[in-house]
Design a protein around this ligand. Structure first.
Ligand SMILES: C[S@@+](CC[C@H](N)C(=O)[O-])C[C@H]1O[C@@H](n2cnc3c(N)ncnc32)[C@H](O)[C@@H]1O
Length: 241
């Protein structure tokens, strides 16, 4: 997937050993226990509770999230789709999948989404739904931003809003961007991230994401976690609250 030798220098955040240094259980423990925060309009219908995990890496966190939701919603069928741009990670996730009936993985670049044929649209169609109950974007916004610029990040957020009833985002702060660029340089990359210098959302990128979702897309912030050890906060947004 990536040409660079240093394992910590990757273009899309597709670290092969991500969960060796960012503990999945520690972040699972930051998820809110309050049932109301997970409640959606499908509650009464008893249809499957659909979750999309965008940038699922090797699936370690996806599996924990699935188990968490099974406990939270014992009377609902939980169906999860994890997508990632990196085929090797998706292969690993598929191999390690303990819940093959309910958790699915697909290799997919979300920035290539169009309304026609793609694994996310097809998954929704197969479930007879037009949106997911929950869409999760854990530690992916920076990679989308670095590789697709300000416009790309906003396009990504638009898509996530379109696909979700509850949107969960754990954005990286600006300090992480600088570290990512530094790692790339150290690994000898010629062009690191060509769009980095032109980014307008910078020091306040987390607040910019929040303002965009709140003011432009009219989502309500319903929960914000304590910061993770990497100073990231998990934010829950709800449509039409
Ligand atoms: C830092 S990892 C976070 C993994 C996981 N979400 C978590 O927090 O435990 C970011 C993941 O996003 C994926 N990714 C980056 N850009 C993507 C894109 N355009 N489409 C799909 N996946 C992408 C990477 O391959 C990587 O596995």
């Amino acid at each position: 997937m990536d040409d660079f030798v240093e394992p910590g220098a990757v273009r899309h955040g597709n670290f092969i050993n991500y969960y060796d240094f960012n503990s999945a259980p520690e972040r699972r423990d930051l998820l809110p226990l309050d049932d109301d925060l997970w409640r959606t309009t499908t509650e009464a219908s008893q249809q499957p509770y659909l979750v999309l995990d965008v940038g699922c890496n090797a699936g370690n966190f996806t599996q924990l999230l699935y188990e968490f939701l099974v406990q939270k919603k014992p009377n609902r069928k939980i169906i999860m789709l994890g997508v990632d741009i990196d085929p090797v990670l998706i292969e690993r996730a598929t191999q390690a999948n303990q819940f093959k009936e309910n958790v699915f993985y697909s290799c997919y670049n979300v920035m290539e989404y169009d309304d026609a044929e793609n694994c996310i649209a097809n998954h929704l169609k197969a479930q007879g739904k037009y949106q997911f109950d929950v869409v999760c974007c854990f530690s992916i916004t920076m990679w989308i931003h670095l590789n697709n610029g300000d416009d790309g990040l906003l396009r990504f957020l638009d898509l996530m809003v379109q696909l979700s009833e509850i949107l969960v985002i754990e954005p990286q702060p600006w300090s992480c961007y600088k570290n990512a660029v530094r790692r790339m340089k150290r690994a000898g990359a010629q062009d690191t991230f060509p769009l980095f210098g032109a980014l307008k959302m910078r020091n306040d990128v987390e607040q910019s994401i929040k303002d965009y979702l709140k003011c432009k897309k009219l989502l309500a912030i319903i929960y914000e976690s304590d910061a993770t050890k990497w100073k990231r906060k998990i934010c829950f947004y709800r449509k039409g609250a």
